[in-house]
Write a protein that binds this ligand. Structure first.
Ligand code: SF4
Ligand code: SF4
Length: 435
């Protein structure tokens, strides 16, 4: 039997709950009559509108940008009239500025970007230009502008591209479905990344709990000279970059270092697909696939959603909430954010909306630490979460830093196993913000 790759120490096996949507094909959500598109959906400089209030815009048209290199352009996700900047709650609880577009009966036909190159002969400049123009960012949640990732410095040669199809968060099945339904486009995107940085090979890595996706990847890989599929064991957090790299290639990314320090670029599944769509079809990033799940909802779905649709639009499309007590999370339940408002807009980095019923989120009463050490056993970064959080809660931030506060990758495994239900991850995040 094939030996499955995995990272060596720590991590947890989680209740997956992926069966709720793993067999549900991706469908396009109806276009809402209005969208509020955040001006900051990426790491880097926020965008500014490049159109005047009252301007009629078409889906796919660029509507905001920032000339700084570290930024990502924004495009209209529906056709309609630009009504100005409004504020909405963000997933992190802060107020964010958004572009409001209202559709008053316009057709949502998509305008495409011009291509002035030979698609059969990809050149670094053309790939990077189209990715920049399309506003592609890392869609796994990191939201780093992809055109910069495709231009590593000369002293950081890249030999391998890894597509991160681990999707180890419970409930989420976006990458699983995309790997099955858009396998060829995914490989086209991977090959473009490989050619852009002149890497020797590309790998699509996925956990073995997605057998149909792994089968599709392996079949597709037979058609490509330098690309392959690699199955991983099922263990959280395989999707964390450093752990993925350790599992797939047995290379250690240095503390505070980046994958490019060990010759690797890691990209998300949907990001690679968006790269291919930008380069071959001239399509800007105006929508994304996300999983809508949890027993608090009437229907569980994998949905293609226009950027800027509200959580409420998506929840309504999924038949609404069918329980009295629920808990709404943007992202997955391990690393996502609980939100109290459904006015939060879907952004480029929104990988899921999970509405948990009370029976799913269970008892949340917090108790004192019983010093069981389980949080230490599962920490994939070899940290002592119990000690770090004790320092944070006593405002001893220097001691928390020495104990490893800033090495935490915020996977949430410690909080998940804590029998006292201590919100360790939330405390760690508070400590980082205060440090
Ligand atoms: S301390 Fe950080 S890295 Fe370690 S288990 Fe907790 S959240 Fe994950
Ligand atoms: S898992 Fe919870 S109860 Fe056990 S040592 Fe860690 S913080 Fe304390």
């Amino acid at each position: 039997m094939e030996e499955l790759k995995k990272f060596p120490i720590g991590g947890v096996h989680l209740p997956e709950e992926k069966h709720l949507t793993t067999d549900v094909p991706i469908e396009r959500m109806d276009f809402p009559t209005k969208v509020t598109i955040p001006l900051q959906m990426h790491i880097g400089a926020p965008c500014k509108p490049i159109i005047d209030e009252g301007t009629e815009v078409k889906r796919g048209q660029k509507i905001a940008e920032n000339k700084e290199e570290l930024s990502a352009a924004i495009h209209a996700s529906i056709s309609g009239v630009y009504k100005g900047i409004v504020t909405r709650p963000g997933a992190d609880g802060t107020e964010i500025d958004c572009l409001l577009i209202e559709n008053t009966g316009q057709k949502n036909e998509e305008v495409l970007m011009e291509k002035d190159y030979d698609t059969e002969n990809p050149q670094h400049k053309d790939i990077v230009d189209m990715v920049r123009k399309a506003g592609v960012v890392g869609l796994g949640g990191a939201c780093f502008p992809t055109h910069i990732k495709l231009s590593p410095p000369d002293d950081k040669p890249i030999d391998t591209i890894i597509i991160n199809g681990a999707e180890c968060e419970p409930y989420l099945t976006v990458d699983d479905r995309l790997m099955q339904e858009k396998t060829n486009t995914l490989f086209k995107g991977l090959e473009l990344i490989r050619q852009a940085v002149d890497a020797e090979k590309g790998i699509v890595a996925s956990e073995i709990n997605k057998p149909e996706a792994i089968k599709a990847i392996r079949e597709e890989a037979n058609n490509w000279e330098n690309l392959e599929g690699v199955p991983l064991d099922t263990r959280y957090p395989h999707g964390a970059e450093k752990h993925l790299i350790k599992a797939v290639l047995n290379r250690e990314v240095p503390r505070r270092g980046l994958p490019m320090d060990v010759g690797i670029i890691v990209n998300n599944v949907q990001t690679a697909i968006k790269i291919a769509e930008a380069y071959f079809e001239g399509r800007a990033l105006t929508d994304r696939v996300l999983t809508v799940s949890g027993r608090g909802l009437e229907k569980q779905l994998n949905l293609l959603v226009p950027i800027g649709a509200s959580l409420q639009d998506v929840i309504d499309y999924a038949g609404g909430i069918v329980v009295d007590d629920y808990y709404t999370i943007v992202g997955g339940p391990m690393t996502g954010k609980r939100v109290l408002s459904h006015d939060v807009p879907v952004a480029k980095g929104t990988s899921g909306i999970v509405v948990l019923s009370q029976e799913e989120y269970g008892d949340t009463e917090k108790r004192v630490c019983i010093r069981c050490g389980k949080c230490v056993d599962v920490c994939p970064m070899y940290l002592p979460p119990n000690r770090i959080t004790a320092f944070v809660n006593n405002e001893m931030f220097k001691e928390a830093e020495i104990a490893g506060l800033n090495d935490c990758i915020e996977c949430g495994a410690c909080a998940f196993v804590c029998p006292a239900k201590r919100p360790l991850l939330r405390w760690i995040q508070r400590g980082k913000a205060a440090n």
